[in-house]
Design a protein around this ligand. Sequence first.
Ligand code: AMP
Length: 115
Amino acid sequence: MGKDCIFCKIAAGDIPATKLHEDEEMVAFRDVAPKAPTHIIIIPRAHIPTINDLKPEHAPLIGRMLLLAKQLAARAGVAEKGYRMVFNCNAAAGQSVWHIHLHLLGGRDLGWPPG
Ligand code: AMP
């Protein structure tokens, strides 16, 4: 567990979140400051600070995170219209929590390129 990591604390149940999925490997919950009508955060329980820290052995985990996001998009009713999955890596990309997380955004038209 990362010291003072807010996402480790959410995964452990030490601080509240609106959780949509939990298993031994991952947790999904609603973003507290949603940027779209559907904005879900998917995290691994393992504390990995940034995408730059990924190792080859994390490949199955990342694959399962993407598959979970796909399922959550369907459950949220945004799958057919369209949605976006985003990993921000480091400050210039907007990363503000140093525990990797996959954003699932949908429910409105999303501009491209992103800001
Ligand atoms: P990023 O800017 O890519 O690091 O994304 C971090 C996301 O986590 C932001 O969209 C925040 O709104 C969200 N967030 C931060 N703290 C919490 C929290 N306690 N519960 C739910 N979402 C959070």
